[in-house]
Design a protein around this ligand. Structure first.
Ligand SMILES: Cc1cc2nc3c(=O)[nH]c(=O)nc-3n(C[C@H](O)[C@H](O)[C@H](O)COP(=O)(O)OP(=O)(O)OC[C@H]3O[C@@H](n4cnc5c(N)ncnc54)[C@H](O)[C@@H]3O)c2cc1C
Length: 511
């Protein structure tokens, strides 16, 4: 095996071009290459010149290594001793890691399975009617199922990250996610991957149940002993994993009521910005905009003023803005994109960091404030999950939009002045930074064709469910393991999955 670093013009940055470039670099004919395995692929658009950088392992006249299969799970026996609440990335990967360690679990999910979620989403988009149990946030696969499926993470331990990515590949994701610097799966492919993961867990003996909402914890003294479901049934457990995501407000209230230690957490709030994708491509790639080997261009913006950060969040090239609400009277937006990222628009959250100085003290203060902003957005939108919106240039000029450009958000838009919807300091920081980004970071970003859609309020959890830093269980209720984004210990699909795995290890360690 030979390790190579190559820098290619986009014209050569596809499978055939890469093989040619490797053969050239090694001075061998292409037919002697038995495998070219990319280890990393990065589009580098700095300094006005777009190039694609590869790190590859090349094999000449030798047998390449067989891909590893992470999904060989043992046959689990005995009664399940762990109840996992929530089948998002944290819950699914907790069940997976427990299975790998030989422990059977029950995985409870309040929403429908992936297929059952689809009619609920169609009804929300077409008729503006929300199913509070199955929507963009709730249901099998969690908030990440109908998303861009971006798999970037700030986690630095490459080994466990690769473990998660390899499991996703085993369940049907494209192997490119193993080496792409900005890996993503796409909303059209994610459901198949989630179903693949579920089928493998069930085959190993994990008990997976849908339409199973947990409404309270069973306790004995200061220890959790199981859960009670919405239908009144109970399940005993030696350990309960709460992997319920950041949108299950009833779960935070349940924890508060039952004396589980919680604290308020800073989060971020703002809007989604949508541009025609060709505008972003031109800004990022210049003359190479639209090159098939580059795809739709992403961007990332951030700025801190007066110790308050304003930043782009969950940018979806070639994507759609979606109605990510979970309550009947609140509008929430988020973004997703298909694997090809070939939609007409580029959207991104543009959010401002907020903390107790804005929403006050108390563990649930941020949650209440977040819900209030979502209700204001619902009112301003005029009902049926229409979202309040404004042209970017009108927002900066401080006037309502007379009309709005075409937009991917399906329930529809209502033109408003977003400054009347957003909390004043958020609107001020947003306007200031958007102006800065358009003038100093991405010339052409400030355009009449861009629209701001409110509100992007669920960027991360406003509450932390406390846990002991070593044992990872609640300091007030032994055997309760808060996990993932809802507990405030993850942000994104991969970090939630990694946290679920850590929890599995902590449970096994505690036995
Ligand atoms: C539209 C959209 C796009 C996104 N795009 C990306 C992206 O591209 N990349 C990325 O990294 N992240 C993305 N995210 C964020 C990502 O989905 C989350 O960070 C991640 O899913 C968090 O995982 P989790 O397992 O902690 O929680 P969740 O995924 O929120 O899962 C929690 C699960 O618990 C269930 N649940 C809640 N309460 C109960 C209860 N009482 N009983 C039983 N079950 C319950 C919920 O139904 C849900 O399925 C996106 C989110 C959305 C909404």
């Amino acid at each position: 095996m030979q390790a190579l670093d190559l820098v290619l013009h986009p014209d050569e940055a596809d499978e055939a071009g890469l093989r040619r470039a490797v053969a050239r670099a090694l001075g061998v004919s292409e037919d002697r290459l038995t495998a070219v395995l990319p280890q990393r692929r990065v589009i580098d658009a700095r300094r006005g010149q777009v190039r694609v950088r590869y790190a590859v392992h090349a094999f000449v006249d030798e047998t390449p290594p067989a891909p590893r299969n992470t999904m060989d799970l043992p046959d689990l026996k005995g009664d399940p001793s762990v109840v996992i609440v929530g089948a998002g990335p944290a819950g699914l990967f907790c069940a997976w890691q427990l299975a790998r360690l030989g422990v059977r679990s029950v995985l409870l999910e309040r929403g429908a399975d992936v297929r059952g979620r689809r009619p609920a989403l169609a009804r929300l988009n077409r008729e503006g009617v929300l199913d509070p149990e199955s929507n963009y946030c709730f249901g099998e696969g969690g908030a990440g199922t109908f998303s861009d499926g971006k798999l970037y993470t700030r986690a630095t331990k490459r080994g466990p990250v690769l473990d998660v990515l390899a499991a996703l590949v085993d369940c049907g994701a494209d192997a490119r996610i193993l080496y792409d610097a900005r890996p993503h799966i796409g909303t059209n492919k994610l459901p198949k991957v989630v179903i693949g993961l579920r089928e493998r867990l069930i085959a190993a003996g994990v008990d997976v149940r849908f339409g199973a909402r947990v409404d309270s914890l069973l306790t004995a003294g200061e220890r959790v002993t199981g859960v009670r479901l919405a239908d009144g049934s109970t399940l005993p457990a030696q350990a309960v994993v709460l992997a319920t995501g950041h949108s299950a407000r009833d779960v935070y209230r349940m924890c508060h009521r039952q004396g589980v230690a919680l604290s308020a957490k800073p989060f971020a709030l703002g809007v989604r910005v949508e541009h025609p994708q060709p505008i972003i491509d031109r800004i990022q790639y210049g003359k190479l905009a639209g090159h098939p080997n580059l795809g739709a261009a992403p961007y990332s913006l951030k700025r801190t003023v007066e110790a308050v950060g304003t930043f782009s969040f969950c940018m979806c090239p070639g994507g759609f803005i979606v109605a990510a609400a979970t309550e009947a009277d609140g509008v929430v937006v988020n973004g997703m994109s298909p694997s090809t990222r070939n939609g007409r628009f580029a959207n991104s959250g543009m959010v401002v960091g907020v903390g107790p100085e804005l929403f006050g003290e108390g563990p649930l203060a941020g949650l209440a404030w977040q819900a209030e902003v979502e209700r204001a957005a619902f009112q301003a939108g005029g009902g049926a999950f229409k979202a309040p919106a404004q042209r970017l240039t009108d927002f900066l000029a401080g006037r309502s939009s007379a009309d709005l450009p075409d937009c991917s958000y399906r329930p529809g838009l209502t033109p408003v002045d977003l400054r009347a919807v957003l909390p004043k300091p958020v609107a001020r920081h947003l306007a200031d930074s958007l102006r800065f980004f358009g003038e100093r970071r991405m010339r052409g970003y400030t355009t009449r064709e861009a629209v701001l859609v409110g509100v992007e309020s669920r960027s991360s959890s406003p509450v932390r469910i406390e846990r002991d830093p070593e044992r990872l269980e609640s300091p007030t209720l032994a055997g309760l393991y808060p996990s993932g984004e809802g507990a405030g210990f993850a942000g994104g699909i991969v970090s939630a999955a990694l946290d679920g795995m850590r929890i599995a290890e902590a449970i096994v360690h505690a036995r």
